[in-house]
Design a protein around this ligand. Structure first.
Ligand code: SAH
Ligand code: SF4
Length: 382
């Protein structure tokens, strides 16, 4: 088995190059070829010595993820479904806006947390993605989009780990991927433009603060433990007071930052004025000093098995007003890519029903590859 170069951050690549008897600056050159230029063929890497290129050909490869489908929304949102083998598939979504381009990336096939309102959670857990599989989503999307949009400039300015899976339950693969995103020789994204979203894996929040303090979003969804136990089962292990303590500890590593609390609005469940009041008390009074935060209200994206309903807009507005009037910065997330099921919580990837996915993969591979642009096919074939 040769090494998959997408599995490495720059440190890891330097160690790998060391095993080939190569100096660190060679690793830096190689890293730039892969991530900044999207090279897939070692012969393209003309400033590397021919002897190194020959060594790489026998000891390394670049493992792109096969693309099952690609859908583009009317609003420019693009969703890809990637095959990660054995009937599992994961999704990534590109969301263009005037001043930024955001890629929503998956960290696991399925998810073990099992939140009631989340389609991925309802599918169950299949497996952790590798660093290479996490980075392959960004690597492919960035270089595909440059060609698609006919630009040589960077297209993806922000990454959110808000696709399928709980990133902090796949910590060892996540951190090198984040480091490659931040590295000036990689994607060069600033720390505040890479967001890890978590349902609240407290010990790993502490580790992330120490290892790689990127922006943190915490999926709160309820203002008291009884309700949160029901919506986000992980709350039974790490209840709200521990979660908010961990948020404050995290901010010690990122002093001028804030935590974004995500709150999915569920009709009649967590969207009443008293919930807004409780939420206010929680974030203001916690540990006597409150938590420096912003609140992001997410319209629930319904799916039949959830038995839940999206809160009506007037209810969301009334909820937001209570918080805004009390001085909490509160936004309501715009839904994007609705026509292609690319919105939050709809990233199912059909991981559980392996038989059906297996069949679908077989069918779509033939059908879709005709439709996927040539450069996507090239990446797949490396
Ligand atoms: N596991 C992580 C990140 C992936 S989920 C987490 O839970 O934070 C990304 C975001 O989508 C989370 O805030 C999650 O609560 C939200 N989400 C999940 N299902 C949703 C749905 N059906 N409608 C709206 N938001 C949803
Ligand atoms: Fe997992 Fe996040 Fe979905 Fe909960 S909301 S089931 S943690 S992906």
């Amino acid at each position: 088995m040769t090494a998959n170069l997408l599995d490495f951050d720059l440190e890891g690549l330097a160690a790998f190059c060391g095993t080939l008897g190569e100096k660190r600056f060679r690793a830096t050159q190689l890293f730039r070829w892969i991530h900044q230029k999207g090279a897939t063929d070692f012969d393209q890497m003309t400033d590397l010595a021919k002897s190194l290129r020959e060594k790489l050909k026998v000891s390394a490869h670049l493992q792109a993820l096969p693309i099952l489908t690609q859908h583009e929304s009317k609003d420019g949102t693009i969703k890809w479904l990637f095959d990660v083998g054995h009937g599992d598939a994961v999704e990534a979504v590109f969301i263009p806006e005037d001043d930024r381009g955001t890629l929503c990336v998956s960290s696991q096939a399925g998810c073990a947390v099992g939140c009631r309102f989340c389609s991925t959670g309802h599918q169950g857990f299949s497996r952790n993605l590798t660093t290479g599989e996490i980075l392959a989503q960004l690597w492919f999307a960035e270089h595909f989009l440059r060609k698609h949009l006919k630009t040589s400039e960077r297209v993806i300015s922000n990454v959110v780990m808000m696709g399928m899976g709980e990133p902090l339950q796949n910590y060892s693969a996540l951190v090198p991927a984040l480091k490659a995103m931040l590295d000036d020789h990689g994607y060069g994204l600033s720390r505040r433009r890479v967001t890890v979203s978590t349902s609240g894996v407290v010990p790993m929040m502490d580790r992330l603060g120490q290892d790689c303090p990127v922006a943190l979003a915490v999926s709160l969804h309820a203002p008291n433990d009884a309700l949160r136990d029901n919506l986000v089962p992980l709350n039974k292990k790490y209840p709200l007071s521990e979660l908010l303590d961990a948020c404050n500890r995290y901010l010690e590593h990122a002093p001028r930052d804030f935590i974004t609390f995500e709150y999915c609005m569920l009709d009649g469940v967590n969207d009443q004025p008293e919930h807004a009041q409780q939420l206010l008390q929680l974030v203001r009074r916690h540990a006597g000093r409150g938590v420096s935060c912003k609140l992001n209200l997410i319209p629930f994206n319904p799916f039949p098995a959830s038995g839940l309903v999206r809160s009506p807009q007037h209810q969301v507005q009334a909820f937001a007003k209570i918080l805004i009037d009390a001085g909490i910065v509160t936004t309501v997330r715009k839904t994007r890519g609705d026509d292609i099921d690319a919105a939050c919580g709809q990233l199912a990837g059909d991981v559980k029903d392996r038989t059906r996915v297996g069949e679908r993969i077989a069918q779509q591979r033939t059908v879709m590859l005709k439709q996927v642009p040539a450069d996507a096919r090239a990446a797949k074939e490396t």
